[in-house]
Write a protein that binds this ligand. Sequence first.
Ligand code: NAD
Length: 459
Amino acid sequence: MNQSEKILKKQRDFFATGVTQEASFRLEQLNKLKQVIQRFEPAILEALHHDLNKSELDTYSTELGMVLSEINYLTKNLVSWMKAKRVKTPLTHIGSRSFIYPEPYGVALIISPWNYPFQLTLAPLLGAMAAGNCAILKPSELSPHVSRVIAEMMSSQFPSEYIAVIEGGAEASTELLNLKFDKIFFTGSVVVGKIVAQAAAQYLTPVTLELGGKSPCIVHKDAKLDLAAKRIVWGKFLNAGQTCIAPDYLFVHKDVKEELVEHMQGYIRNFYGQDSQTMLQNNDLTVIVNDRHFQRLITYLERAHVLAGGGYDEKRRFIEPTILDQVDWNHPVMQEEIFGPILPVLEYEDLEEVIAQVNEHEKPLALYFFSENKGLQDRILQGISFGGGCFNDTVMHIVTPYLPFGGVGNSGNGAYHGKSSFEAFSHQKSILSQSTQFDLPVRYPSFKYALQAIRFLMK
Ligand code: NAD
């Protein structure tokens, strides 16, 4: 038995005791998790700074704060979500009652990426714990300091038969994926998502896939341009563009392109530094995770028509917030998810062209549409399939527990956050509780009028 198998076996035995199913246990563990996160806060901040040079503001708002507020929301609502939900019963089942009982899957595997390495490991875990599961976490090897802190933090607070962390890269994932889990929750690239889905298929394990892709941001001519520019610059360059739901590319109506770009240039200066020199010397800005991704990103800048930024510092793996012009779908930057601080701008005249072009590609994880026109917003909603998004904003739909977060098609399947996290890790067990006080004869072949009665009741 390898280490993964041993831990899985221990977790199965622990789950079988039924302890994790009790509401008091779940609430106590979520509170313990909150306490240990608060205790480890300095170490978490330091690790995120080490791996990605994240500032304290970004770390708090997008990593720690999100997880802590999600714990509060889950603990407040958990007991009511756990209750068996009574539903209607049809006339054909007279005498019986029906209810839906959410039960934990059992042992869950959570595999996470490096870009928000803390939040994207912990947020699914909260769902797994709230739903009464045991879990094994596999953080990303590309953010090794955060991976280490998560492992230390978890082992200091939880026994491995309940929550365990296995560190490592693809080999560690592969070893885990060869085992039979009751639920797999994967966040990462489309390529690896397919590997995970295949591995899950061998045991028919339910799987949530939180993937990526190219998320469009569309600015129509009636949009409030200054505000649109501010919100796009923030959402795109947050975490150096290494955000799964960052606007990947911008489609702007040709009448307002120049003005929008001017506002965006202004906000880049305002948020990140007045000039290239200042930005390149600013050690507080998030950097690109590793050399491979840095080299991939700077090739997009070769021979490009740059409207803002374009500079970089190879030693620090820093790339200035950059806007590219004269881009079409054949440009290399449009061939894959950018996942960095580079925003190509395409222009359009007719919104229908945009809808057609987006629909020629894979279904995006997010879509942002800036317009004051409700009719056009409805047209986008009805005309393009995407995971989720915002009208007149970017990224913010992820930061609410009331909206399920997830992709569709190539950008993933399943969703989480808030109640959806609880549901992602629960099986909805349907129960019909029949009366034994009487037994209507209509369904039995010995009943003379069975067919007529069934025809009458089921028409
Ligand atoms: P990735 O798919 O390379 O890695 C994700 C995880 O899978 C890591 O833990 C890694 O160790 C593991 N892994 C890598 N190769 C594997 C293999 N062959 N077999 C099994 N496991 C393997 O993704 P990444 O580079 O860490 O993250 C970036 C991607 O994640 C982007 O595409 C981004 O859009 C996406 N993402 C999506 C969301 C979301 O919520 N939908 C959030 C963040 C990132």
